[in-house]
Design a protein around this ligand. Structure first.
Ligand code: ZN
Length: 115
């Protein structure tokens, strides 16, 4: 892969990382930020029955969002690691180069279109 294209994709990945971290911080607290490990926070609104119900509802709503964001963040982190290692842009499955347009649309893609 050409250096300037890789730099362009790296910039996209870093931007995506910041956005994902911001969104995660709203609903979760970091356990291990380096690895993109977060835990959905359980908001303490109040102690009466109604407050507790709202807290549980919020937690239940946030949990699937947190899982999706966390997975995306971990994909971004692992893509950045592959850039450092020089293995970025190759399909995990068939080891062929991933199409640049696919990477532009989804810089953390691990596999090619066929796989
Ligand atoms: Zn492939």
């Amino acid at each position: 892969m050409e250096k300037n294209i890789q730099d362009e994709l790296k910039t996209l990945l870093l931007k995506e990382k910041v956005e994902l971290e911001e969104n995660l911080t709203r609903i979760a607290r970091p356990i291990d930020k380096e690895r993109g490990d977060y835990e959905t926070s359980f908001g303490e609104i109040g102690t009466d029955r109604e407050d507790n119900t709202t807290e549980v509802e919020q937690y239940t709503d946030n949990l699937p969002i947190e899982i999706t964001l966390e997975k995306n963040l971990q994909d971004v982190i692992s893509a950045l690691e592959r850039i450092e290692k020089g293995t970025y842009g190759f399909c995990e499955n068939c080891q062929k180069e991933i199409d640049i347009e696919r990477l532009r649309a989804n810089p953390s893609a691990k596999t090619c279109i066929k796989c």
